[in-house]
Design a protein around this ligand. Structure first.
Ligand SMILES: N[C@@H](CCC(=O)N[C@@H](CS)C(=O)NCC(=O)O)C(=O)O
Length: 398
């Protein structure tokens, strides 16, 4: 039997768009720029007394707007030509199913999902989404990343499944690995999505997202307390840890610029997007995220020096681990992978370097990273019958 439904009320949902994600904000900044431009032009005509000031404003905004639009159009064309950014080989045989992850490389939610895919050793394609146009996910009703698309054939018909929301995707993958007697089509029905219109925004909720659904088919030796702590800490990552990220990564304009330059290299934006788009995202993003970092800081009561809040969150995590290597005991569980994903999203930034230099979390981080990179999660399959169809062998497996 599947785990009981969580009764999360949609009204209690924290707005998903409050999340510290640079990319969405940049898009909004672009739209505001357009709006500002229109307003400025309008005002310069109807209020001739302040004409000079407004005309200069309108001119600057208009030129910026035209450039922005050009960049966006160009980048659209460039990215649509090369939708798959890279293939990850993995070590699992998933038959003729094909996994495609639509993502932003430095989005913390996408990093959570990649950590899970890599931990289990799934093969998958990555599509780097253009953060301004989001043209690569136009097919989807859900307008955020990560999205995982699975194409397959059930023996009779081809099928395509779409999984949205990082926590849902992680739960689906873990449920599938632990209980492969249940198909992905069936597992999908355990994670219904509910959407609600809030003004012009559409907000999604997936009430079961923190539950693993492997039911009675698998003997789970974990106690209910352990399972509940896994869910609780996964939620903590989304509700607490995530909000410490943007005030830290974009703490000053200098740090913000360095972060964007790094994200551009890490996400290989030069390969996936046109030069004007890349430069636009880097420079407008630097400013936009610096401002947003300050807004998030205020909204979530982040300390004056945001490093303190980040370190406090990491203290809480380390205190929960106690003597254990991972929250999952000797092996990482979904909460471990979530914390790792959130922190990994800003690796290479000054905030990350500070954290690794000054905080004891480094040992845990290095250990889990090694485990993810060697796909040790695949050894979970060692607990299954030797003829397990999806396991193609791995040295760590008993
Ligand atoms: N709750 C979602 C949040 C995903 C999310 O906020 N993604 C951001 C990128 S970090 C996004 O796609 N923003 C685009 C937008 O809101 O338009 C999850 O866990 O996946």
């Amino acid at each position: 039997m599947a785990a009981p439904l969580a009764r999360t009320q949609l009204s209690k949902l924290k707005s998903i768009s409050q999340i510290p994600c640079q990319i969405n904000r940049i898009r909004n900044q672009t739209l505001s720029l357009n709006r500002l431009c229109q307003r400025s032009i309008f005002t310069s005509f109807v209020r001739p007394k302040t004409a000079t000031k407004w005309k200069i404003g309108a001119g600057v905004a208009f030129v910026s707007s035209v450039f922005a639009t050009k960049f966006i159009t160009k980048s659209d064309a460039a990215s649509e030509e090369r939708p798959v950014s890279r293939h990850v080989k993995g070590i699992l045989d998933i038959g003729d199913q094909k996994f495609t992850l639509y993502q932003f490389q430095s989005c913390p939610y996408c990093c959570k999902v990649r950590a899970t895919l890599d931990f289990f050793g799934f093969p998958y394609d990555v599509v780097e989404v253009n953060s301004i146009t989001k043209s690569q996910i136009k097919f989807s009703d859900y307008k955020k990343v990560p999205i995982l698309v699975v194409d397959g054939n059930d023996g009779e018909n081809d099928f395509t499944l779409q999984f949205s929301d990082s926590s849902v995707i992680m739960s689906v993958l873990a449920s599938y690995v632990y209980d492969q007697t249940t198909t992905l089509q069936t597992i999908q029905t355990y994670y219904p999505g509910m959407k609600e219109k809030r003004g012009r925004k559409t907000v999604w909720d997936f009430p079961n997202k923190y539950f693993l659904m492997y039911g009675d088919n698998i003997a789970d030796s974990r106690s209910e307390k352990e399972r509940s702590s896994e869910r609780q800490w996964r939620k903590w990552v989304d509700d607490i840890l995530m909000h410490t990220i943007s005030p830290n990564v974009y703490r000053t304009l200098g740090e913000s610029l360095e972060a964007f330059r790094h994200f551009s290299d890490w996400g290989e934006w030069d390969k996936h997007f046109s030069t004007p788009t890349r430069l636009f995202v880097v420079y407008v993003g630097t400013l936009a995220m610096y401002i947003i970092g300050r807004v998030v800081k205020k909204r979530y009561n982040i300390k004056d020096n945001p490093r303190e809040s980040l370190y406090e969150a990491c203290d809480a995590w380390m205190a929960e681990l106690g003597d254990q290597s991972f929250l999952g005991g000797t092996k990482p569980n979904m909460a471990d992978l979530s914390v790792y994903g959130a922190l990994h999203s800003f690796n290479g930034c000054e905030a990350f370097n500070d954290l690794m230099s000054f905080h004891a979390i480094r040992g845990w981080y290095d250990n889990i990273e090694a485990i993810i990179n060697t796909h040790e999660g695949a050894s979970q399959l060692g607990q299954k019958p030797a003829h397990h169809p999806n396991y193609i062998g791995y040295p760590h497996c008993n």
